[in-house]
Design a protein around this ligand. Sequence first.
Ligand code: NAD
Ligand code: MG
Length: 360
Amino acid sequence: MKRVAILGATGSIGRQALEIVAANDDLDVCALAAGSQPLDGLAASFPDALTQVGGDLRDVLDASRPDLVLNAVVGFAGLPATLWALETGTDLALANKESLVAAGELALEAWERGGGRLLPVDSEHSAVFQCLEGRSAESVRSLVLTASGGPFRGRARTALEHVTPEDALAHPTWRMGPKITVDSATLANKGLELIEAHFLFGFAYDDIEVIVHPTSIVHAIVRFRDGAALAHLGYPDMRVPISYALTYPHRAPTPVPALDLAAGLTLEFEPPDLDAFPLLSLAREAGERGGTYPCVFNAANEVAVAAFLDGRLPFLGIADVVESALVDVDGRRARDLAELEEADADARRATENQLAAVWP
Ligand code: NAD
Ligand code: MG
């Protein structure tokens, strides 16, 4: 029996994970945690689980000592739990990409010290992880992450001036929480995923490509030195990567249907429009600069997305304020969690100041 702590249990990933656990006799929930909504209904279904709402989620992890942590908290708030799992050598199923992006080398050092498994839940990274399994590093040439392109794919920059939060929340292929849905509309999500892939798999940024693939059937491609390319295909359904991370190294059945190839399957790919969606280039730049620049990118983006959803910032303003934060905030390397939290706070302050100055 694998005892799993589900952090972010009330969210989109958290609820799908609970569905997987409930259907699997080898998995049990030992802890449930969320940010604010009450957990009552969920707690009643898992009476043996310890619960926590808000506060420092390391408390419920210390108390429940899980075999595996599913971190499905949204945003930088997930960082302490990610570091707890990596440091203690507890297997970590990571949906909370923001924590790995922000912590970067600090997280990798904790992972090395702890020695547990780091299992990606993000669909593209789960796909890469599966395509890389059992391959020698020297045989692999590069990675390709696919992006749906979001609801505004194909629009020119000028056609994005007046889009509303409601427009941005209408994602064509995935049903997700609001923050990642807006990130998918700006392509900041793919930017975060680029940095996530760099840290998870150790590839240079030049060797990680992003390609737009509107139907989200191909989740990632790994290119090998002999010219072969392995792709991971499936319907866009997060229960597949969640189940793989929770049941690794086994592969449990899920209710997700097999791909219906006879129904006809057209796979289209196109390059991302970096002029309309500059956050993807900004993320690549932040990643290449290293230090705490990815943390600054993430923090500024979190603040900007919240402001956009509040109606305080236009859609195109999200990239503008992130770009300014990357200029204004010092991205020197953080030596510990305290310095990283300082970089995050500096970036948030700079972004709020920028918001107040330009969009009062
Ligand atoms: P969501 O908004 O649906 O849920 C977020 C969860 O985090 C909620 O349970 C909320 O209570 C909790 N939370 C928020 N702030 C918290 C805090 N300060 N402390 C503790 N808990 C807090 O989000 P989601 O769509 O499920 O996404 C969760 C994470 O998974 C994100 O990092 C996202 O990028 C990643 N992810 C999601 C999907 C998806 O399909 N939804 C796909 C890939 C990756
Ligand atoms: Mg993804």
